[in-house]
Design a protein around this ligand. Structure first.
Ligand SMILES: NC(=O)c1ccc[n+]([C@@H]2O[C@H](COP(=O)([O-])OP(=O)(O)OC[C@H]3O[C@@H](n4cnc5c(N)ncnc54)[C@H](OP(=O)(O)O)[C@@H]3O)[C@@H](O)[C@H]2O)c1
Length: 337
């Protein structure tokens, strides 16, 4: 049982889902606190039937808090979370800042739970596009060792937070009325378009989002030899990221074997009947905590290749759900029930 749990970034797109999850699947805690920026401080959040005042995040706000679940921009996580650790709190962070740091555990509870249980200091939750891919890769990796992955993403606008959703809605409305719209969250219009750049430019022509998929996959699966070739694309979909994933394994995995491996892995649901036009899509996956897999087929271009389609709610399993599952693991294994 936790004494005090602080949700930092409680007013954001991911923070809102975390609050919802904490109501749906109650974490054992005596007290909850809700923190955000100065802009939101003083506002009211109703949680488990009680009104709570939103507190401003400061470096000395963590005294007496034993668990911090943080979901803020990277630079806020960089500047404030060390103070939480110094104050004695266990920290779960949703931002990208700490994930690849030495000594920081990067955890998907279905994949590497022990890393959270053994962790000291900050525990990071992976990037949304990485999480759903790695959940799907894990049973294949355990069965036949994944050597190489070629992945293309079709990422929803909620992936950049509330501002992304607002700009898709407003930009679509203005486009339909023949009016110009000034996008600030995206570099190009997102309505009626797709943008093949997520994040800034990184090495060898790849973006920061793409390189997260390379490095985070290796860290979570504990295998530096896995080769990943990602292309990340923003599309005008409100919520849920979709991915085409082509995997090369050490030995061939037939579509039938892969279907069985996916079906018996926790957190995955197979929806795969092309004859009946049944496959996962953003509209039938949104609001769910699962990773959906479909279009499972042999990769015709490689004898050890398998190809499939994967959809998951980026705000839930890609962010909030994963962090809350880590908190539940800690509640069970480190804080006693
Ligand atoms: N959206 C996704 O699908 C997704 C998936 C995986 C990971 N993530 C990561 O999760 C984090 C949050 O993303 P989001 O989509 O929820 O963004 P968001 O909707 O923009 O929310 C950001 C949150 O951070 C707070 N914040 C901003 N500046 C702050 C400051 N100076 N001090 C204290 N709090 C501050 C905001 O508070 P105010 O309301 O007061 O501004 C808000 O609660 C990001 O690091 C993101 O990369 C997001």
């Amino acid at each position: 049982m936790f004494n005090t749990v602080a949700l930092v970034g409680a007013t954001g797109a991911v923070g809102r889902i975390m609050r919802q999850l904490l109501e749906e699947r109650p974490l054992p805690a005596k007290t909850f606190r809700f923190l955000a920026s100065k802009r939101s401080a003083g506002g009211t959040i109703t949680f488990r039937g009680q009104d709570h005042q939103v507190e401003e995040l400061t470096k000395d706000c963590f005294a007496g808090t034993d668990l911090v679940i943080a979901t803020t921009p990277d630079e806020i996580a960089r500047d404030y979370l060390p103070s939480a650790v110094e104050a004695g709190a266990t920290v779960i962070d949703e931002s990208g800042y700490w994930r690849m740091k030495e000594g920081v555990a990067l955890v998907i509870p279905e994949v590497n739970p022990q890393d959270a249980i053994n962790a000291k200091g900050i525990i990071a939750s992976p990037n949304c596009s990485t999480t759903q891919m790695v959940v799907a890769l894990k049973p294949l990796h355990d069965a036949a060792k994944v050597k190489r992955v070629v992945v293309s993403t079709y990422q929803a606008v909620s992936g950049i937070g509330l501002s992304g959703t607002k700009e898709l809605e407003e930009g679509t409305h203005m486009h339909l009325h023949g009016q110009p719209y000034n996008y600030t969250a995206f570099k190009h219009p997102i309505a009626f378009n797709c943008i093949p750049q997520i994040g800034g430019e990184k090495e060898a022509g790849y973006t920061s989002e793409e390189m997260k998929m390379v490095y985070e996959t290796r860290k979570i699966l504990g295998d530096e030899s896995i080769l990943v070739c990602p292309t990340c694309v923003r599309i005008p979909v409100a919520n849920c990221h979709s991915e085409t994933i082509a995997v090369e394994t050490e030995r061939p995995i037939s579509p039938e074997e892969a279907r069985g491996l996916f079906e018996s892995f926790p957190g995955i649901k197979v929806v795969d009947d092309i004859g009946s036009s049944m496959y996962p899509m953003p509209l039938n996956s949104t609001g769910s905590d699962l990773v959906y897999v479909g279009r499972i087929r042999k990769d015709l271009s490689h004898p050890n290749g398998l190809s499939f389609w994967c959809v998951s709610d980026n705000l839930r399993k890609g962010a909030a759900t994963n962090a809350i599952q880590i908190a539940e693991l800690l509640a069970k294994h480190r804080f006693g029930k």
